[in-house]
Write a protein that binds this ligand. Structure first.
Ligand code: ADP
Ligand code: MG
Length: 236
């Protein structure tokens, strides 16, 4: 579904990604791990068509169509939803307004995401529909960021560190909600710094490491057993 081939990306003259290969099949949940500063967000932004960074080499295809070089709204319209690092909900808008501004109709024949369906997945958002987003807890804001992306009716979600800064109890709730999205067949590229959440949710994992390349790939059980890879590439 998403195919990233030999992607190189820069900020100005600083080269961050130096030949990344990664793919996500339809219905698959794939984890992208790596220590802080390795370029995970840079890769997510490159896929979503956000600048900076600048793609200097390589190809990204989605459903067989090249998407590199397209503006972000066109990439969104093709069915890639972004849950950015740090959530970036619209603080002065209410929960309901945040969801409404993102809404995009499903393609003909698709089972679309509606307000009711988002509230079904995140009952907490329904309780707080009239609160301004800036007054939500971190966990609620994360649910809103995910809900907002779902309202665009994506075929795939790019999620950049959804667990960042959340208390363990909230993490458990979000993990269950992501598990439910997976069960419903949504494809997800899940970025995380550490194994925790990714290990339980993901079908396959990649680690982005020194040099701006993928340094490890495989299934979660293999990474869990690979003490060296965990120590060297994740610092655990
Ligand atoms: N807007 C930017 N301009 C210049 N350098 C950046 C910018 N954003 C990130 N970087 C640098 O690019 C590298 C990768 O950052 P990032 O993709 O955010 O890493 P990660 O998400 O893995 O923590 C880091 O060295 C970071 O300092
Ligand atoms: Mg990041």
């Amino acid at each position: 579904m998403l195919k990233i081939a030999d992607v190189h990306a820069n900020y100005g003259t600083a080269s961050i990604l130096r030949g990344v290969d990664l793919d996500v099949a339809s219905g698959e949940v794939v984890g992208l791990l790596g220590r802080n500063g390795m370029g995970k967000t840079t890769l997510v932004r490159t896929c979503a068509g956000l600048a900076p960074p600048r793609l200097v080499q390589g190809e990204i295809t989605f459903d067989g169509q090249p998407i590199h070089g397209l503006p972000s709204y066109q990439i969104g319209a093709q069915g890639i939803g972004l849950v950015p690092q740090g959530r970036h909900v619209f603080g002065s808008l209410t929960v309901l307004e945040n969801l409404q501004v993102a809404a995009r109709a499903a393609k003909d024949g698709d089972d679309g995401w509606t307000l009711d369906r988002v509230y079904g997945l995140f009952p907490r958002l329904k309780d707080r529909f009239n609160s301004r987003a800036r007054n939500l807890s971190g966990g609620e804001q994360q649910m809103l960021a995910i809900g907002r992306a779902l309202m665009t009716n994506p075929k795939m979600l790019l999620m950049d560190e959804p667990s960042e800064g959340l208390a363990p109890i909230v993490l458990g709730v979000i993990r269950q909600q992501l598990q439910e999205l997976k069960t419903q067949g949504l494809s997800i590229l899940l970025v995380e710094q550490s194994l925790g959440m990714a290990e339980r949710l993901c079908d396959r994992l990649y680690i982005l490491g020194e040099g701006g390349v993928i340094v490890w790939e495989g299934v979660p059980a293999d990474l869990n057993a690979d003490e060296r890879a965990k120590r060297v590439h994740l610092g655990v």
